[in-house]
Structure formats: C-alpha cells, structure tokens
Design a protein around this ligand. Structure first.
Ligand code: SF4
Length: 319
C-alpha cells in the first residue's frame, strides 16, 4: 500500500527534492505551502506546477501574527519567530493530513544544514511542538533519524530515503541534476521577518496599534512610516499607487492630503487629536511641492489651515 503525504513546499531546492525522493520511495505526495504579507507562495506555486503535484495554499497570517505577539521560543536575528513558525506550519499541515486521511507530513530539512534550527535537538523540538511525533518525515536525512510510523509500517521504503547531513550543498545540486529541478530561489531570503529594518517597523506597530488589524499589517510593506512624539502613527504614501492604496485600505483613521498641488497622502490610524493632525499636515507639506501649496491641507475630518511648520518631521521618529 502506498503512503500518502503532504510535503511542505517553500519552492526552494530542498523542498522540491523532498517531493522527488518521497515519490522515488513509493509515496503519493501533495504539497502544502503557507502565505502571509511577510512571505508569498509564488515560488511554491511555480515549483508545484513544475513538479506536477497538487498544492494546498494556506493563509497563515493570523497564526504568524499571534506568534510574533508571543513567540514561545523567541525570535531569530530580527522579528522572525522561526522555530515556532516552522512548528506551527507543521502542526497546520498535520491537521490537514488528519482531515484528508493521509499518513505523514514531510519537510525538506537536512540535519545540521543550519546550525541553530536544523540540529538534532531543534528537529526534535519542532517534531514535539507540532504534535506529529512519528508522522513527520524528513526524506533528505531520514536515514540519520529514527524510523517514522509510515516507514515502520512498510508504506514508505526507508532504503530509498536519504542520509544527507551538513552545510555542503553539492549533494543537493547533484540531486537537482538527477531529477531535472532547475527553477529554485536561493535558500535564504523571501521572508520579510528576517530583515532587521522591516522588523523595526513591525515592532513599532506591535507596540502601538498592535497586529489585530490585518490591513495595518499589510501596510507595513509600503509607504514611509513616522511616529510623532505623542505616539501618533503616520503612514505616508511615496507615490500615486501608495497614495491610492492608503485611501482605499479601509483602516479607520484620518486621511491627510494636499488638494491643489502634487503631494503625498498620509493615513493616521485611530482618532488623532487636532494637534496631531496639524503635525501630520506639516509632514504632508514637507513632502509636497511647496511653492504650489496655497490651499489648506485637507483631511477626511476637516481642513488644516497654514502655516505648516515643515521642520515638524524632524521631531518625528522615522521608522
Ligand atoms: S524565515 Fe519566516 S517563514 Fe521561515 S520559519 Fe522563519 S519566520 Fe517562518
């Protein structure tokens, strides 16, 4: 009897090789990938299409935001809760495995490829935290790990699984040639949570408006951001596309914009005070074509008349 499994797919080389090795070991495999505003499913979709496997795409935004609010195993170098993120993805995949009546979940992990997250202890932590003990198959290094339940039941041929270990990538490149895998992004990158600058803006949002409003989280990907001395947040469009996005995003708050000259739109979430709106108008004026700024700056809650202290933004924290 064939084992049936769900293999986590990022679209990277190792996740594609894991599918190929599992198929060689006699398994029927479908892919599963996750998407949030912090990372997309585009590479996984391309890879699944090239491999000819069905792909389940799961919105992971709420899970990721709850982990950022409270990461049981902490963050990596930026605001990336990698251990918990990975374990939660595997747990979600395990829930789908149970729903679909499949036998296992697989990942493309290689023992000791990443010193912190893929050593024997971390692999064990992920397996236990995900609640999938015995049903988590790592086909690229399975021969170095305890046999899983599908292997013990003889549904998955352990002798066809691999025993890769360490940081050398040559074995994977050889396998890529063997299996004809040619399209894969670099192993690092692709997740905004690992970028320190992005992490700084995310932490500011977490500490002020919080991560409950998904629209505010999505706005982290565009526009300039400021924090006024009184704690008011400002999102300032950088071009016509971002200005339109701020006007259409639906976040409750004030919109501030010039009416008679080119300039940015600012979104101020919540209910800013009159004093805060005057400061935001000054920010908008500072980024507008000054000599053409003759009419009062508009907001959706009234006008802010001149004069505008264009140096106001110097007292704001630029994020
Ligand atoms: S890099 Fe991003 S997507 Fe990957 S485990 Fe870390 S937080 Fe999750």
């Amino acid at each position: 009897m064939k084992a049936r499994g769900l293999s986590l797919m990022s679209g990277g080389l190792d996740s594609q090789l894991a599918v190929k090795v599992l198929q060689d070991a006699g398994a029927e495999v479908e892919g599963i990938c996750f998407e949030t505003p912090f990372f997309s499913s585009a590479a996984a979709r391309r890879a699944a299409s090239a491999l000819g496997v069905r792909l389940h795409v799961v919105d992971f935004t709420d899970d990721e935001c709850r982990l950022i609010e409270n990461p049981p195993h902490g963050f990596g170098g930026a605001m990336n809760p990698c251990i918990d993120c990975h374990a939660t993805m595997i747990r979600r995949a395990g829930e789908m495995m149970a729903e679909l009546g499949y036998d296992f979940v697989a990942t493309g992990e290689v023992l000791n490829q990443r010193p912190m997250s893929q050593n024997r202890q971390s692999l064990g932590v992920v397996e236990r935290s995900s609640g999938l003990a015995g049903r988590l198959v790592r086909p690229l290094c399975a021969q170095l790990l305890e046999p899983t339940i599908p292997e013990q039941e003889g549904k998955l041929d352990r002798t066809r699984l691999l025993g890769l270990s360490g940081r050398r990538r040559e074995p994977q490149f050889e396998l890529a040639k063997k299996y004809g895998v040619v399209d894969y992004p670099s192993p690092a990158g692709g997740c905004k949570l690992t970028e320190k600058g992005f992490g700084h803006r995310l932490k500011d949002l977490l500490e002020h408006e919080g991560l409950k409003d998904r629209r505010l989280v999505e706005l982290l990907l565009i526009a300039r951001r400021f924090r006024l001395p009184d704690g008011t947040g400002v999102v300032l469009g950088r071009d016509a596309r971002e200005n339109a996005a701020l006007k259409e995003c639906g976040v409750p708050g004030a919109l501030v914009y010039p009416v008679n000259c080119p300039g940015p739109t600012a979104l101020v979430p919540g209910a800013p005070s009159v004093e805060a709106l005057a400061k935001v108008a000054a920010l908008v004026a500072a980024w507008s074509k000054g000599d053409q700024l003759t009419d009062p700056i508009k907001t959706n809650v009234g006008e802010v008349p001149p004069p505008y202290d264009r140096a106001q933004f110097l007292s704001s924290q630029i994020l």
